[in-house]
Write a protein that binds this ligand. Structure first.
Ligand code: BES
Ligand code: MN
Ligand code: ZN
Length: 518
């Protein structure tokens, strides 16, 4: 059994007198003497921290830390954490240090840790924002996917005291109140991100399309949302030829899932679309064996959009948010769709199948068309769409493109704020020529060159005139081994949950962009 989830809260309180397994205070790089709460805690614990500083054993470098066991006061341990130079502190650094601190607390076997609002004194960051970033960093950094670990291993870890709570403390009533709000919001967003990580990570029997349908229904029940899950027959009724074609290769039937947050009085609707390939073998155009196991993550986009709706609901965002995701395997079999096939999609447009491994765009054709029924102010679609995305941008950016510059700009701003950064790819009309087909309206592959862009151009056929942005998250949804990855302090190996924090940030700041075409 996995332990109870850790809780992060903020309260008014005094770190110099609190009884705690672990008290955490901070300092910037190059300080000669401590100020604020760090000074107070140092004095209360008999000057141990200033002796370390005087000895030159702590420089305040980013993520540096030292620990003391004071002879007096209520703290069993005091950890001094470095934040780096005061003029270089960002919320993302706060998030990262918070993750380091939380993991340290867990590894020490602390049941409860009491932590100062990192960097609030000195760097001029708002207590609310800092607490939000700290809650995110801690809960994201503590995430572990151990659903498939054997019983023994789980029992062993259960022997240690479990970290139950991280309490952010501030002496001032106003800051503490603001921090409490921030910690709550940050916790909601981190929990949604961790949910996305689980959903993206499950494999084998747990990754059946029908189970995702059940999970979407369960989410709706738990959070008071509306879910609609279409089965194969209903999809046939709607003529969702794209999803059905890809699904033909598997004995497991597809699902088309809708999760709807519809608050009273909402003025705008945004539709979030996610690719939900439960396993991408490539189909008849089968992939090489090496690394194929990772293609269980091909449902990362779908996982992100569902989680984002849950967060929107829990944060009571005054916006209608609809997540759409087709879920299906992409497998080879005697009934699988084949290169050369022509598929008629829900929109009536036809697709020439050149390569069955370009399946994401085939299922998304129906989802993007379906999005139109909500008359959305914006469609944002997240997909692990192309290997070419990784070739183009590595693991430090999401590739973005679409028909609305203001929408792309707004998403880029949100992405920068949460450190899930988007970089645009060229999206000139000329690239659209590359997906023209001799036999159908569009073909699903234009080969290797500019493959991320031509994938986007394919999708554009099914969007209509709604403002739309396609985010290729093949680069950032999954990391393994020695490949450089972004924010490793709070992004574990494998599924990162990318997209959830970005979408939530964007929805919180939502302004309706203009229609793409008049
Ligand atoms: N799911 C893959 C893209 C992918 C590759 C995601 C590696 C993450 C890591 C997608 O369905 C795919 O196979 N794309 C092909 C398209 C090609 C056949 C036009 C690709 O990018 O190679
Ligand atoms: Mn594929
Ligand atoms: Zn795929």
């Amino acid at each position: 059994m996995p332990g109870k989830p850790v809780e992060v809260v903020a309260q008014q309180g005094d770190l110099t007198t609190v009884t705690s397994d672990l008290v955490v205070v901070d300092a910037f790089e190059g300080v000669e003497s401590f100020g604020g709460v760090t000074k107070a805690v140092d004095e209360a614990s008999g000057g141990a921290l200033s002796r370390i500083l005087a000895a030159g054993d702590f420089k305040g470098k980013f993520k540096e830390s030292v620990m003391v066991h004071p002879a007096q006061g209520g703290a069993k341990r005091v950890l001094l954490a470095g934040l780096g130079p005061v003029d270089k502190l960002t919320l993302d650094k706060v998030r990262r240090v918070s993750a380091v601190v939380a993991r340290r607390a867990r590894d020490l076997g602390a049941r409860e840790a009491h932590v100062a609002l990192l960097g609030v004194g000195g760097a001029g960051l708002a207590p609310r924002d800092v607490a939000e970033a700290m809650a995110e960093g801690a809960l994201l950094g503590l995430y572990k996917f151990d659903a498939y670990k054997g019983v023994k291993k789980q029992e062993k870890t259960d022997e240690r005291p479990q970290l139950a709570r991280i309490v952010l403390l501030d002496k001032r009533a106003t800051s503490a109140r603001q921090a409490a709000e921030g910690a709550q919001v940050g916790s909601v967003i981190a929990q949604a991100t961790n949910q996305c990580r689980d959903w993206a990570q499950w494999s084998g029997d747990d990754a059946a399309p029908s189970l995702y349908g059940d999970r979407v229904v369960a989410l709706a029940r738990e959070h008071g949302l509306k879910a609609t899950v279409l089965d194969k027959r209903e999809m046939e009724g709607l003529g969702m030829g794209g999803v059905l074609a890809v699904a033909r290769g598997s004995v497991r039937e597809p699902r088309f899932c809708v999760l709807d947050h519809h608050p009273r009085g909402a003025k705008h609707t945004v539709v979030l679309v996610g690719k939900g390939i439960t396993f991408d073998s490539g189909g008849i155009s089968i992939k090489p064996a090496e690394g194929m196991e990772n293609m269980r993550m091909d449902k990362s986009g779908a996982s992100a959009v569902m989680a984002a709706v849950v967060a929107a609901k829990r944060l009571k965002l005054p916006l209608r948010v609809v997540a759409l995701a087709p879920f299906t395997d992409n497998l080879p079999s005697g009934s699988a769709y084949k290169p050369g096939d022509v598929v008629t999609t829900m929109s009536g447009k036809t697709i020439e199948v050149v390569n069955t491994d370009a399946e994401g765009r085939v299922i998304l054709s129906d989802a993007l068309h379906y999005a139109g029924r909500y008359d959305p102010a914006a469609i944002v679609e997240l997909s692990t769409l192309t290997g070419g995305c990784i070739v183009a941008v590595g693991h430090h950016a999401i590739a973005g493109m679409g028909n609305s510059e203001p929408l792309l700009d707004a998403l880029r701003e949100a992405g920068s704020a949460v450190h899930e950064r988007i970089w645009p790819l060229p999206f000139f009309d000329e690239y659209g020529e590359m997906v023209k087909s001799q036999v159908a309206d569009v073909k699903n592959s234009a080969g290797r060159i500019a493959s991320s862009v031509t994938a986007g151009k394919f999708l554009e056929h099914f969007v209509g005139d709604h403002p739309w942005v396609h985010l290729d998250i093949a680069s950032t949804a999954y990391h393994e081994g020695a490949t450089p990855r972004f924010n490793e302090e709070y992004c574990p190996e494998k599924s990162t949950g990318v997209g959830v924090r970005l979408l939530v940030r964007w929805m919180r700041d939502f302004k309706a962009p203009k229609k793409a075409k008049a």
